[in-house]
Design a protein around this ligand. Structure first.
Ligand SMILES: [Zn+2]
Ligand SMILES: [Zn+2]
Length: 321
């Protein structure tokens, strides 16, 4: 709309009113819920004097040397066997490296506190969901079952991200990447994690209310989930029928259809829901990103990664056109 159109059109005040009504209030609602959960976690941990210890444990799980080594090794594989050849400093890689920094500084403490906050709130308001009888179950049965249920909860959260518009506005940033690489795993709006972490906390509270999952298992889970964005054609062969491979997840990042392959680590949930589309070896490498670029992307902008990052993070709160 030009300046002259604004002058002769509706007066500024009602227009601002209309903008305010269009402003994405659910996005502010999600931010408020997240702040509430964080407050519950921090207040509880400060009372127990465990805040520093829990944050350090979160770092150890979510930024473990194993994960760092996996990202580096995958980056090397991407140089040798790229699905889409492109320079190391391609705009998409540089932008996603900024998200890696954001992940390390903001998202890891956020994820840790969301888990603790979710557990604190469930513990004080919904203790009845805890299955005390599992205390006597063998660990070799209980731990895989809990991880399976956590993966199912993550699938459900991902489904909700695509199904409900307010959640999609946060998830769209992840899908906006047109140059997938292992770093794209970290390209996510920090508020995208709220639903996932609350849902994933529930199976742990139900099945393992008095025991903890070994941190190495959480790290291994995160590692498999990180590999799926690699710029590789790998289908994982027969294992790819059960575990999400880079080729399988790339189909979920297609420009025109993101309704398939919602799995985070296991494909079983997609198979059960009828959303699985398995790639075949030698399939053409499809384009990724979002048609029409509803989220500002680096491929469209001059190279100011940090300014663009701020713009991308603000996008879910802007009025919808
Ligand atoms: Zn998605
Ligand atoms: Zn993805």
């Amino acid at each position: 709309m030009s300046a002259s159109q604004i002058e002769v059109g509706a007066p500024a005040r009602p227009q601002w009113g209309a903008q305010w009504r269009r402003l994405c209030l659910p996005s502010f609602g999600l931010a408020a819920i997240t702040a509430l959960i964080l407050w519950a976690a921090v207040a509880d941990l400060l009372q127990q004097g465990r805040l520093q210890m829990v944050l350090s444990a979160g770092w150890a799980e979510l930024a473990a040397p194993l994960l760092v080594a996996l990202v580096v090794a995958t980056g090397i594989c991407e140089r040798i066997w790229p699905a889409e050849p492109r320079p190391v400093l391609a705009r998409g890689h540089v932008q996603d490296a900024c998200y890696l920094a954001l992940h390390a500084i903001v998202v890891i403490p956020l994820m840790t506190l969301l888990s603790v906050g979710g557990a604190t709130l469930i513990g004080s308001h919904a203790r009845w969901i805890e299955l005390r009888s599992t205390e006597h179950w063998f660990a070799w049965l209980l731990v895989p079952l809990t991880l399976l249920a956590m993966d199912g909860a993550n699938w459900l959260a991902h489904y909700a991200d695509h199904r409900f518009d307010p959640l999609w506005r946060f998830h769209a940033l992840h899908h906006s990447q047109e140059e997938l690489s292992v770093l794209t795993s970290f390209r996510a709006h920090p508020l995208m994690h709220t639903t996932g972490f609350i849902l994933a906390t529930i199976p742990v509270m139900v099945l393992m209310p008095t025991r903890a999952i070994a941190p190495v298992l959480i790290t291994a889970y995160v590692c498999v989930g990180t590999l799926q964005h690699a710029n590789l054609r790998w289908t994982f062969g027969p294992v790819g029928l059960m575990i999400v491979s880079p080729a399988y997840h790339r189909l979920h990042h297609a420009t025109d259809d993101q309704a398939v392959n919602l799995g985070v680590v296991l494909t079983i949930w997609d198979v059960l829901a009828g959303y699985a589309r398995f790639p075949a070896r030698g399939d053409a490498v499809g384009r990724t990103g979002l048609d029409g670029r509803p989220v500002p992307v680096e491929q469209d902008a001059p190279s100011r990664p940090l300014l663009l990052l701020a713009n991308q993070l603000a996008e879910p709160f802007r009025p919808q056109t």
